[in-house]
Design a protein around this ligand. Structure first.
Ligand SMILES: Cc1ncc(COP(=O)(O)O)c(C=O)c1O
Length: 372
């Protein structure tokens, strides 16, 4: 079949053909925008893993296809090109950037470093489990500081909880599963003060979705200080969750250590795709715009029914269910929707990832069927 799909078709959110091509095939299509798609427990709407429902952009797909020409060779790829693109984008030096097979690899590597070299991890609760779960399995002690009443990571409490055995402070900004941010000046001061004592590691997986004047990336700080590292991922706004590309920003000292311990690497295909994707700002803008539309549909639903929820700086919303989230998950699954897993201690709350606006309309319909 001739895949003559223009950027305009894609941006319009398009035709059945566009939908089918974007999703690979009809059989894989999991969006209400694809004609004929009926969500079932076996082939559900995926609103549980904070994926980008628009997938990999056209430009990135083409770049990945083109990169197959040299995919059989070691050491090939566009590492230099991607480093240059990102260094310019973030106004940092090229030596302060590394790549990994997804940012999860950097998280695990830092957990491994702590396990081998000693120390404990200080973090917030709840937060993303990638680093802590890996570290716990290697007997690393974890200290968790609960979020405050506004469900925000409490930097004062974290400071108070610091003890000399802490080797890494792991902070997710915006957080996950709570889509809240830390105030930029407070976070900057915290990073500068605490990085004199240990590594401060900021996970900015959802950076590209944030639209909040109180937020700021810590990438420039990481590249100009010895003990601050920032992880980013192409899995979210770039739709690379299955392609796998993570990015680390930090001092040469820390990046060398991570490189030394890391067991995987970013593939030539992922890096080549990312060169195109990171420069494709129109597609990123499109995804951000659609995400805002999906958030609005979801907020409207919860407002209409007086449901408590946490306003999002990401591509997911955290809302109160009032009943055990496992029960809620089962009911959504029966109706062809996957929502987020349980996040203790918020067992009567649920995380729902943003699909396309049409998907969130369907989510709203099923929510009302289950709860109202
Ligand atoms: C906060 C956070 N960090 C890291 C990751 C891992 O992302 P990846 O390994 O796909 O780059 C995720 C995935 O959902 C996440 O939510």
């Amino acid at each position: 079949m001739e895949h003559n799909l223009s950027r305009r078709d894609w941006l319009k959110g398009g035709t059945a053909l566009a939908g089918a091509i974007l999703m690979g095939s009809r059989a894989n299509a999991q969006s209400m925008t694809v004609p004929g798609f009926v969500p079932t427990p076996e082939n559900p709407l995926r609103l549980g893993s904070n994926e980008n429902p628009y997938g990999v952009s056209i430009a990135a797909r083409q770049a990945i296809i083109d990169s197959f020409d040299t995919a059989h060779q070691y050491g090939r790829g566009s590492r230099r090109a991607l480093t240059k693109v990102l260094a310019e984008m973030e106004s940092v030096d090229e030596k302060n950037i590394i790549f990994s097979g997804g940012s999860g690899e950097i998280l695990k590597t830092l957990g491994l470093i702590t396990a081998v070299e000693g120390g404990s991890v200080l973090t917030a609760d709840p937060t993303y489990h990638g680093l802590t779960r890996y570290a716990i399995n290697r007997k690393v002690p974890i200290k968790r500081v609960p979020v405050n009443d506004t469900m925000t990571i409490d930097l004062d409490m974290l400071k108070a909880a610091y003890t000399d055995d802490v080797s890494i402070i792991y902070l997710v900004n915006p957080n996950n599963p709570l889509p809240t941010i830390m105030e930029k000046n407070k976070l900057k001061d915290f990073c500068l003060e605490m990085s004199k004592k240990c590594l401060v590691f900021i996970d900015e997986a959802y950076h590209e979705y944030v639209n909040n004047p109180d937020y700021e990336t810590m990438v420039p700080l990481a590249c100009s200080n010895e003990n601050i590292v920032v992880a980013r991922t192409a899995s979210k706004i770039h739709g690379f969750a299955g392609v796998r590309l993570g990015i680390g920003y930090g001092s040469v000292k820390w990046l060398e250590k991570i490189r030394e311990y890391m067991t995987g690497s970013a593939s030539h295909l992922a890096i080549s795709g990312a060169v195109a994707s990171y420069q494709d700002t129109a597609t990123q803008d499109f995804c951000r715009r659609k995400n805002q539309q999906s958030l609005k549909i979801t907020y409207d639903l919860f407002d209409k029914h007086n449901v408590r929820y946490v306003k999002s700086n990401t591509n997911f919303v955290f809302f109160e269910t009032g009943i055990d989230v496992n029960e809620v998950r089962e009911k959504f699954r029966e109706n062809g929707i996957i929502v987020g897993r349980p996040f203790p201690p918020y067992l009567n709350w649920c995380r729902v990832s943003m699909g396309k606006p049409e998907d969130m309309e369907y989510f709203s319909k099923i929510y009302e069927k289950i709860f109202i």
